[in-house]
Design a binder for this molecule. Structure first.
Ligand code: ASP
Length: 436
């Protein structure tokens, strides 16, 4: 059994957190490969080390004095060193960083030092070897991730190792310069390492006990999802569900490795298991509810539209020509509705409408704005009658008007449009219709 364990910034924010992490790793010898983030926030008003590094490098880039800012970053690490009584000194590393900043080594190099330094401390603290990700994680010249070269090099290196600490978030370009993934990218590194060692499980340790059925800012204390499929997660992520970097899914998904979201501050909680497929039924029929505000629906009507070949294509062309992507397209016999992001549409509204007139010659165009979309997602809907009925009667009881309905043929989700002002209430009543 091999597990790759990735720890997020809040799990490594200070010495106390490092101790919890060590306990977790040492309690299970299959937790062999460790991917740390940079130290995150110790309290809510705190600043993440990554953000401190960006700010510090900005000064360096402007050739302003950055000594104090860099010292504040050094202090964050020194606090960890002292708290853990480590022998390490980062004095030399910070001298190098200072020199590199003065030589304008790059914003991404700057940000990557957060993970690099944290990885060094973690390696010493655990007694595991440290690998510099710049030597094992590769990007192409155009900045895209080079999955195959990385996998070949990393799997060869790790095959001979019992344990290793591999810092998250960065790698290198063909010219040797450091390049980072986008923010939150240590999740991706963890996934890449899991693929390289053909892990049985990729554990992603954070500060929540898994993915929640819905947004805790809208529903008080929502339940945790025990098992979710990659496809369900994708549907929910699209609606703003934010647990894992989107690009972290691909490497493990293709290798058939499940991801387990776990809580460093509550390590006994089983968390959420993200899998390709499962026979396990979701606990509440639905898996999750998520949504977003700020959509516009353009409703186009034309008598005998159903007999007019190419109508839909021409309608969408009006949006494509203006660089607007459409989110949904429910249709009737003589009507077609295109749902788009309100802000994106507003800027080009009149040009799009003129083009619809020109291309489609409709009888009428009607625009509804301030729509919120809610996705009720769940693999359990397919085999269960009455899911839609439960959603709609719950909304009816709460006197919430439904402005749009869209169910994909996959039966994996039902999308409901309501007014922006009804959004929070609608999420609440849908959640409580399924989770008692
Ligand atoms: N430290 C980086 C960030 O704050 C990467 C990560 O934590 O995943 O975005």
């Amino acid at each position: 059994m091999i597990k790759v364990v990735k720890f997020g910034g809040s799990s490594l924010a200070n010495a106390e957190q490092f101790k919890k992490v060590k306990d977790i790793i040492k309690s299970d010898s299959s937790r062999r490969f460790v991917v740390p983030s940079a130290p995150g926030k110790r309290f809510s008003a705190d600043t993440k080390v990554t953000d401190m590094l960006y700010a510090c490098y900005k000064l360096a880039e402007e050739d302003s004095d950055f000594d104090d800012t860099l010292k504040a970053i050094h202090d964050r690490y020194q606090e960890i060193i002292d708290g853990l009584s480590l022998k390490a000194s980062l004095d030399d590393a910070f001298e190098t960083i200072k020199k590199d900043f003065k030589a304008h080594a790059g914003r991404e190099y700057a940000a990557s030092r957060g993970e690099y330094l944290n990885g060094m401390l973690m390696a010493e603290y655990l007694g595991f070897p440290f690998l510099d990700s710049a030597e094992f994680i590769f990007f192409n010249e155009d900045g895209t991730f080079d999955a195959e070269k990385t996998n070949a090099t990393l799997s060869k290196k790790l095959a001979g190792m019992q344990n290793a600490v591999i810092p998250g978030f960065y790698g290198s370009l063909p010219n040797g310069r450091v390049k980072t993934f986008s923010r939150g990218g240590s999740d991706i590194t963890g996934s890449i390492v899991a693929r390289a060692v053909q892990a049985n499980l990729y554990e992603n340790w954070t500060d929540v006990s898994g993915c929640l059925v819905t947004d805790p800012r809208i529903v008080e204390n929502p339940k945790v999802i025990d098992v979710i499929t990659y496809r369900e997660l994708r549907e929910l992520a699209y609606m703003g569900f934010n647990v894992l970097h989107e690009d972290a899914i691909f490497p493990v998904r293709t290798a058939g490795i499940p991801i387990n979201i776990r809580n460093t501050n509550s390590p006994k909680d089983p968390g959420t298991l993200i899998v390709e497929n499962t026979s396990r039924k979701p606990g509440f029929t639905i898996t999750g509810v998520a949504g977003k505000k700020g959509f516009t629906a353009i409703n186009v009507e034309k008598d005998m539209m159903n007999a007019e070949i190419g109508f839909g294509r021409r309608l969408l062309q009006a949006f494509e020509d203006n660089g607007i992507s459409f989110e949904h397209m429910p249709s009737g016999i003589d009507t077609m509705t295109v749902v788009v992001h309100q802000t994106e549409f507003e800027a080009k509204e009149q040009t799009v409408l003129a083009e619809i007139h020109k291309l489609c010659n409709p009888d009428s165009i009607d625009i509804s704005t301030d729509i919120a979309l809610i996705a009720v997602v769940g693999r359990g809907m397919k085999s269960n009658r009455g899911v839609a009925a439960r959603i709609f009667s719950a909304l009816d009881r709460a006197s919430i008007n439904i402005r749009m309905i869209d169910q994909g043929s996959s039966e994996l989700n039902i999308i409901i449009g309501v007014s922006n002002t009804d959004f929070e209430d609608a999420i609440n009543v849908i959640y409580h219709a399924f989770v008692q």
